[in-house]
Ligand binder design. Sequence first.
Ligand code: ADP
Ligand code: MG
Length: 493
Amino acid sequence: MSVAARSATIGSFSPVGSQKGSPRPKMAVRSRISTSLSVGRILTNLENSCATPLPVLRHVADAMAEDMRAGLAVDGGSYLKMILSFVNTLPTGNEEGLFYALDLGGTNFRVLRVQLGGKDKRVIDTEFEQVSIPQELMFRTSEELFDFIASGLARFVQKESGKFSPARGRKREIGFTFSFPVKQTSIDSGILIKWTKGFAVSGAAGRDVVACLNEAMERQGLDMRVSALVNDTVGTLAGARYWDDDVMVAVILGTGTNACYVERTDAIPKLNGHASSSGMTIINTEWGAFSNGLPLTEFDKEMDVASINPGEQIFEKTISGMYLGEIVRRVLLKMAEAGSLFGDPVPEKLFTPFSLRTPDLCAMQKDSSGNLEAVGSILNNTVGVRSSLTARRVVLEVCDTIVKRGGRLAGAGIVGILQKMDNDSRGLVFGKRTVVAMDGGLYEHYPQYRRYIQDAVNELLGDEVSSNVIIEHSKDGSGIGAALLAAANSKYA
Ligand code: ADP
Ligand code: MG
């Protein structure tokens, strides 16, 4: 199958795209124009409307905490779904055996196996592969998407070596990380509420995604069983908690964004008293749907209208990796049209949605050369423009403005969650070491973005409290975390 053949590569981004060899658009570069009045005005307006001074951050943090409470009170009570994860115990370190994890994100899917050795040996061995999801599968049927995933998994299982020991007479068990909004119905089943992150796959919304995967595995002749269906944030929290008892919150900043945290069951009115034996559970906030009081621009609104889910996932569209590049492209297009930022005519590629991606912004911001050579070549390769030095400087300003807003708002969201927890437990969060486990390609690869998150957290919490709050990268924690949750919920235990 051609889809399978294409999947063999370990997916990753090249910062400069693939159009290196394409001819440069023939147009005159007018270096004098780039500081034109309208470009300057557009930039100033942009900076003003994206500004996140302390009062804005505070409002966002407070509103996040308030929306969380509303979503915990009753289903549908808030933009935040506050989904019950059915994960009521966290990894202890005693987990043993061979487990698999499968992670469907938005840009990539990953497969992983881990041999767990219990308290002393912990992770004996682990292997993983990452496959980028072919663009066209985002717009096909769910059978095609799940077949692609199951066949990738089947190939990976075939390569299992003697280092890993499956238990005799048992099926291999999988922790399935599925990073789209799911109404969890048990630890190993859940109904897809809707696709996000640009996916428009037909035939899965309203269905149990574990059943979709099981059917695809059957078509592939793959005899495994899904023991845990987990959101990627939940997997990240579990994976990080395996190593550190102070982990209370996990946040994903990748193609999309989401967060989860450890909640007391007595603080969840919508449970109607159905407490877990541990007295706690993990709540998947689905915070990408948050929208209260965000500083938005005309560019955000236009991008939202053009998206496949207008009016939805506004926080996600403001702070996550899928969208930052696109917002910048829209700003640059306006600067090109209204202020001739790149001379005339405006090249066709600048009109193409998503031609500028977040990794491109990151690569441009890495350029510290005097004439911003890399910025120029990235702009040329992605959106087909020739740029003067002044234009390149403007572009970097635009990137920084959008990335700063995204990072600072993400930081405010984190503080909102911690604030909610601390209010309920009177100082138990801010008064001791509390760890927020972070993962996702945006967080991992974008140092400026990371710094802006930390800045906002520090500004909001002050020096003393923020020194207790550790925001740290938990690399690929979600894969191991999902495998650990499969172990904790093993059908053979
Ligand atoms: P997923 O969200 O699909 O699970 P990842 O967590 O790997 O996948 O995140 C991928 C996203 O991270 C990309 O869509 C992109 O927005 C962002 N990203 C990847 N590399 C970089 C980079 N170098 N700089 C900034 N953002 C990046
Ligand atoms: Mg992911």
